[in-house]
Design a binder for this molecule. Structure first.
Ligand code: SAM
Length: 226
């Protein structure tokens, strides 16, 4: 599996490699109980979950990281394995999946990981979370305009949101006014080829405070995107 990481230039220590091996074992052991992922074949998990999560590694800021809608830990946990120095918060709406994330955290011996069960649009209004993070990441949670409303309120001004997408040209076009309204600015769209599959990370910098009415209630975010 080391070959898979080296293909995209990520270099791991033997300890990090062992953690990914263990992660794969835990993911497949608990998958049926927690309904975590449709991908189970080892090579596919390494490419489509682990390696894909690490595409944003070089874009992280040095401070704390929030993963919104973490599911089985992607992309937050692979990033944490590679950057032990960064405190990571995994936010997940489903209590059952949070149970898995707690098991994962314990079994991998991860320090500085907090699992929070709740919805982004609720927690972003709480003082302990609002404008508290340097980097926010999110993958496969919502269309970009809704995702920005979930994620940008969590960032400090100067912080960075990394939206993991496959092909986001259309989504980006329809989200430009939302990004501006929420205090963000698109810095760059990073394109990757992951074993032939197109992947993108949209890097959005928070340049202004987000207005206190955002995020709106979930029904509004989904039905009337900004
Ligand atoms: N990010 C993971 C990945 O890429 O494998 C999980 C993706 S899964 C398709 C979407 C996850 O986001 C689900 O676990 C869901 O419960 C969570 N989610 C969706 N909306 C959310 C919200 N508003 N706040 C927190 N979590 C949310």
């Amino acid at each position: 599996m080391e070959k898979i990481f080296s293909e995209t230039g990520v270099v791991l220590t033997s300890e990090q490699m062992e953690k990914f091996e263990k992660y794969y074992g835990i993911l497949t052991e608990y998958n049926s109980k927690f309904n975590l992922t449709a991908i189970e074949k080892k090579e596919d998990v390494y490419i489509k979950h682990f390696e894909d999560s690490l595409l944003g590694l070089e874009l992280l800021k040095s401070g704390n990281l929030l993963d919104v809608g973490s599911g089985a830990g992607f992309p937050g946990v692979p990033l944490k394995i590679m950057r032990e120095d960064i405190p990571v918060t995994l936010l997940e709406a489903t209590a059952k999946k949070c149970g898995f994330l707690e098991i994962l955290k314990g079994e991998l011996g991860l320090k500085g990981v907090t699992v929070i069960n709740g919805r982004a649009e609720d927690l972003a209004h709480k003082a302990e979370f609002r404008e508290r993070f340097e980097t926010c990441v999110s993958r496969a949670v919502a269309r970009l305009n809704a995702l920005c409303e979930y994620c940008l309120p969590f960032l400090k001004p100067g912080g960075v949101f990394l939206a993991y997408k496959a092909n986001a040209e259309e989504e980006l076009k329809e989200s430009l006014s939302a990004i501006k309204l929420l205090g963000g600015e698109v810095k760059e769209v990073h394109e990757f080829s992951l074993f032939g599959a197109k992947r993108e990370i949209i890097e959005i910098v928070k340049i202004r405070h987000t207005g206190s009415i955002y995020p709106r209630a979930n029904g509004k975010i989904r039905k009337c995107p900004l």
